[in-house]
Design a protein around this ligand. Sequence first.
Ligand SMILES: O=C(O)c1ccc[n+]([C@@H]2O[C@H](COP(=O)([O-])O)[C@@H](O)[C@H]2O)c1
Ligand SMILES: Cc1cc2nc[nH]c2cc1C
Length: 354
Amino acid sequence: MNDWLLRPTAAIDPTARAAARARQRQLTKPPGALGRLEILAEDFAGWQGRAVPRLERVDVCVFAADHGVAARGVSAFPQAVTGQMIANFATGGAAVAVLARAGDARLTVVNLGTVEPLPAAAGVLDLQLAPGSADFTLTPALTPPLLEAALAAGRARVDAAASLFIGGEMGIGNTTSAAAVLAGLLDVAPEAAIGRGTGVDDAGLARKREAIAAGLARHGGDWRALAGPERALAVLQRVGGLEIAALAGAFVAAAQAGVPVLVDGFITTVAALAACAINPGTRDWLLFAHRSAEAGHGRALAALEAEPLLDLGMRLGEGSGAVVALSLLRSALVVHADMATFADAGVADGGGGE
Ligand SMILES: O=C(O)c1ccc[n+]([C@@H]2O[C@H](COP(=O)([O-])O)[C@@H](O)[C@H]2O)c1
Ligand SMILES: Cc1cc2nc[nH]c2cc1C
């Protein structure tokens, strides 16, 4: 079954982290003057087990799926957009594709299940596990075997040779599913978890709240007595979605493989919250790229004690915010690696500590 999910995550190397910190003090700048960039370099040193870490290969994987709950009128866009955007990722016109190209990251697109099967498209891994998830106001979103297959599909996209994994998602209706997962994991009211997604009006927002309330009323009893991994898996199965589960599986697998993850926006952060509930060691391998404009993201970030790098008012998903933040990581690691030390440059140091 899902035994792999509970296997230990990789260890962080405290010696390499300390060596990176010592190196930061020798670089030609006042101590701490590069702020959070210094911490990022130290984080990567601990993850990579070397004082001078490098971003050699960045993998971006966009997981796409349809959502039965879209039938409740919870999105500003028609369901067909999920499949249409999959093609746009593959042909390179979507934001994340453009950004990945510019940012020297490798993009993979995985279709986990759309209502309309995709025409064969070059560059898409078309798994089509099911025609999307079921409408969770009526039945569980996923069957247990589908949940297992989606988690495994995420795991299969993680390559231990990558220096960084970015998970993206695409799925019309998925802010409703993600909000339901968030509400289920944290036991918060739908109001605290929802936002306008692709831009629903007040009536659409009310339909989202009602759909989530109906989902919680129908399924909440199945998980309320549970805790830890059992609860997270029950929530994902009852009210989640294929791409949310795949992201959670990928995040756990990345932490187990020793590959750090740069988490994107609302849906991916909810998947990260589920991943950490399933396997708490996952948290040590997560960095958070940005604060999405989606109301509800703050709740998920707070639960993970995450302080994202950027706040740009983005709410696109796809992994786009994470690929934007990738340039910050590159800056952090290049100054750490290539700046002159006080000794190299013949610059007088301050003589003291931080
Ligand atoms: O990542 C985010 O923070 C985010 C916030 C709002 C919307 N989205 C994207 O918009 C789609 C879901 O919106 P909706 O309104 O259909 O639920 C889905 O494809 C997501 O990638 C993503
Ligand atoms: C056009 C469009 C692009 C997206 N990318 C991620 N979610 C999306 C939703 C829409 C509607």
